[in-house]
Design a protein around this ligand. Structure first.
Ligand code: ATP
Ligand code: MG
Length: 246
């Protein structure tokens, strides 16, 4: 079985060591009240997530506006007059478990729903990193996470991005994302030698800049079964079998 790294903070550190990836990593710090104050002053909107969470569980979207402080978990949105009042409410959710704060990305929307992308990169049969799949994930209405297990819908990238730019720009964007998968795989393996596959969660902002929201070291291969081209999942499975995952 390939190596699994649970801590999003340790994985972020590993990615930050790579000079070409650094620019795509949203600022990430451990959660405490002072850091929340600072991050909200700097970015106005942040995500608060369990350090070792999965499936979008426990993920919160936190905002500072002229009207006050707001946070949303699942589809429940609550407002507070002061940071202290909101922080007490957040602490009830975190219950002493490790959490982090990350700069929030205003994700692009498709038919009014937020979406992000999952890039699958794997060691191929020649032990070289290869991007084997890219798929979009569209959040359920009013949800702040796109995860399949939180009601997200796997969607072909061409449907999500095809209309946003011309064919040439689209192809260039896809090529960049594929390179990002390969570079992320290499960066993770440099720090954690047992890693053989990565699933990079990438958010796009309104300028189409890709942001690395997190790098999964045991990504779900089955989501790629939702694509109409069956050869994509077959290749993912072939590579995964070769390094002992499936
Ligand atoms: N900084 C952010 N800005 C905007 N959206 C975010 C941000 N961080 C996370 N999200 C949204 O929340 C979802 C879940 O976050 P993340 O992938 O970090 O945790 P997780 O899904 O619980 O972990 P895993 O992918 O290992 O199951 C993302 O796919 C994305 O839709
Ligand atoms: Mg994720």
């Amino acid at each position: 079985m390939p190596q699994y790294i649970g801590s999003k903070l340790r994985k972020t550190e590993a990615i930050l060591r790579n000079k070409s990836l650094r620019q795509f990593v949203p600022k990430t710090v451990r959660l405490n009240r002072l850091q929340l104050l600072r991050m909200l002053q700097q970015f106005k909107m942040v995500y608060v997530k369990p350090v070792s969470g999965t499936g979008g569980n426990g993920v919160m979207r936190v905002e500072k506006t002229a009207a006050g402080y707001h946070f949303q978990i699942l589809t429940r949105k609550r407002s507070y007059k002061s940071l202290n009042a909101m922080y007490s409410a957040i602490q009830k959710e975190t219950r002493g478990r490790g959490y982090l704060i990350q700069k929030g990305i205003h994700l692009l929307k498709y038919r009014g729903r937020r979406f992000d992308l999952r890039i699958m990169a794997q060691l191929n049969l020649r032990k070289r990193w290869e991007t084997t799949g890219i798929i979009g994930r569209v959040a359920a209405p009013r949800k702040i996470v796109t995860n399949y297990h939180s009601g997200g819908t796997p969607t072909p990238v061409s449907r999500l991005l095809g209309s946003l730019s011309n064919k040439r720009k689209y192809n260039l964007t896809i090529q960049k994302l594929k390179n990002m998968g390969v570079t992320s795989g290499r960066a993770m393996k440099a720090r954690f030698p047992g890693v053989c596959e990565v699933g990079v969660d990438v958010g796009l902002d309104s300028t189409l800049k890709p942001w690395i929201l997190e790098v999964n070291t045991r990504p779900d291969p089955y989501i790629f079964r939702k694509l109409s081209d069956p050869s994509i999942f077959r290749k993912i499975r072939r590579y995964a079998k070769a390094y002992g995952r499936l």
